[in-house]
Design a protein around this ligand. Structure first.
Ligand SMILES: [Zn+2]
Length: 277
């Protein structure tokens, strides 16, 4: 179990699934250079290890979960998620989660919002939790045109039910979540994508959501994945987050970097380097 403390906030990395990324699918524009330059990071098939990690934050007396992974349903190209096992290992029951932040509404960030039982009935997996989602993100995705697309089944299965149950608070822009945590709009990957800034007792960290998917972006912030809705804006957002992290040494917490994805970004000999914790 990987747990760190930032001031009065305890952060535990919960692995939902390890994933292997195929550069030609993930970053088609830059795949050739990716494979040539970073061959040492790939396995024998040329696949790059990544993770789907959710983060449990214990802050101001509450259990807060940042993202809910893939969920238990079959999703093309992904293994089933294991977040419940990771929560169990951390000694936390789903009923003890007070608040959930979905950094954005992609399939690998909302999965365990709900589960389907053997009879096909759908249940909210966290019986007492409330959700906080950015209004911009909600408005962008939850339109009939998107909801009807088979590739967006997760919106109907995982987002609509918590909304219908009155469990969601929609919020706008940069604002505090509690005395230690702040939403930081970091658009580009999706229009309403947010990071979570942590500032407690003079210590800082940032949970970056999908503002960066892989540490090669430290060298190439402009290598935006195919599924960034605005690849130019996401590159700008990413560059700023990297430089802000170097400037004040805040702990970097990245759910798709190899688990547990927590460490520091430093500049060594003019190059940005990730030092994992
Ligand atoms: Zn993601």
């Amino acid at each position: 179990m990987h747990t760190i403390t930032i001031g009065n906030v305890e952060i535990t990395a919960l692995l939902d699934a390890p994933v292997l990324m195929n550069p030609p699918m993930f970053m088609p524009k830059h795949a050739e250079q990716f494979i040539t330059e970073y061959r040492h990071l790939a396995d024998e098939r040329g696949l790059m290890p990544m993770s789907i990690t959710c983060f449990l934050l214990r802050s101001a007396g509450k259990n807060i979960l940042i993202d809910t992974g893939l969920g238990g349903r079959k999703r093309t190209g992904f293994p089933p998620g294991k977040l419940p096992d990771a929560l169990h290992a951390a000694g936390v029951d789903p009923s003890e989660i007070d608040l959930i932040v979905n950094t954005h509404l992609h399939v690998d960030h909302v999965g365990w919002n709900t589960v389907d039982d053997d009879k096909g009935n759908r249940h909210i997996f966290f019986p007492k939790a409330r959700w906080v989602i950015q209004q911009t993100e909600y408005d962008f995705w939850m339109k009939p045109a998107y909801l009807d697309e088979p590739g967006n089944a997760h919106l109907v299965e995982c987002v609509q039910p918590v909304m219908d149950a009155g469990r969601v608070d929609l919020v706008t822009g940069e604002q505090p979540l509690d005395e230690n945590l702040t939403f930081i709009p970091t658009p580009g990957h999706t229009p309403g994508h947010v990071a979570i800034g942590i500032y407690s007792n003079g210590a800082r960290a940032i949970v970056i959501g999908d503002a960066s998917h892989h540490p090669v972006q430290l060298d190439h912030p402009d290598w935006s994945p195919a599924f960034d809705t605005d690849p130019v804006l996401s590159a700008k957002t990413r560059e700023k987050l990297f430089e802000d992290a170097i400037a004040d040494g805040r702990t970097w917490i990245a759910g798709h970097w190899q688990h547990p994805g927590m460490g520091r970004i430093v500049r060594l000999d003019g190059k940005r380097v990730f030092q994992a914790l």
